[in-house]
Design a protein around this ligand. Structure first.
Ligand code: ADE
Length: 225
């Protein structure tokens, strides 16, 4: 079983994404376990439940402070070994290879960034990797945490029903997927390419590969270099 533990100040954002569809099934089949932890439960000030503070040296915004994050990570880890991820736009760019690599860890803890970030000492002592999901800035690390869990979990054997469907998808062999068609064969005069109706599996395979290369050349030429 693969465990995903998420530390956030917005725990209510997660159920809609994790408790439906493939990730829901993965949990029911005991292939994955996802737990959401409210950082405020680890506040040093139980009355106000505050977890943030002003940055030393001045400047705008607030930071998630070290004590609640240290406490949360220590509690979640217990005696188990876990890989700790922090989401931030300043992290290493996330991609399919990175997702595959993360499947090697049975315990992932994801700290969702907020405000201007977190106290550097958390990164120094607790965080194994800082990950960005793309070159744009979101309001927090919750959506990135959902994206990372989704991308990693679906690669764990038994989570996606048909293992074969993972083989021909985008980024396998650094190629994007080409076009797909379903019935009707003729829709408002737009016809499905003849080769797909030919029953010639070799020809279909060749055509799909050509289409994938053409699509990659057009939208992501960087993948071909
Ligand atoms: N937090 C805000 N923007 C982010 C991004 N692009 N990736 C990861 N975490 C973030």
């Amino acid at each position: 079983m693969h465990h995903f533990d998420i530390v956030t100040i917005f725990p209510d954002m997660f159920p809609a994404v994790f408790n439906d569809s493939i990730l829901k099934r993965g949990q029911e089949k005991k292939k994955i376990a996802i737990r959401i932890h409210d950082l405020r439960d680890y506040s040093q000030d139980p009355k106000r439940r505050s977890v943030d503070d002003r940055p030393f040296g001045g400047g705008p915004g607030m930071l998630l402070s070290a004590p609640p994050l240290f406490a949360a990570i220590q509690k979640i880890k217990g005696r188990r070994k876990a890989r700790v991820i922090y989401t931030s736009p300043a992290g290493v760019p996330f991609d399919q290879k990175h997702a595959k690599r993360l499947t090697r860890h049975n315990n992932l803890i994801i700290i969702c960034g907020r405000y201007e970030g977190i106290d550097e000492r958390v990164k120094l002592k607790c965080v194994d990797e800082e990950i960005s999901i793309g070159d744009y800035v979101l309001t927090g690390g919750e959506i990135p945490a959902m994206a990372i869990v989704d991308a990693v979990a679906r690669l764990i054997p038994g989570v996606v029903g048909k293992e074969d469907s993972l083989k021909n998808e985008s980024f396998e062999e650094d190629l994007l997927e080409g076009p797909h068609y379903t019935r009707p064969a003729n829709f408002r005069g737009l016809k499905v390419p003849d080769v797909l109706l030919s029953g010639n599996h070799e020809a279909i395979k060749r055509w799909r590969r050509e289409q994938a290369v053409a699509k990659t050349k057009k939208t992501r030429p960087d993948l071909l270099t």
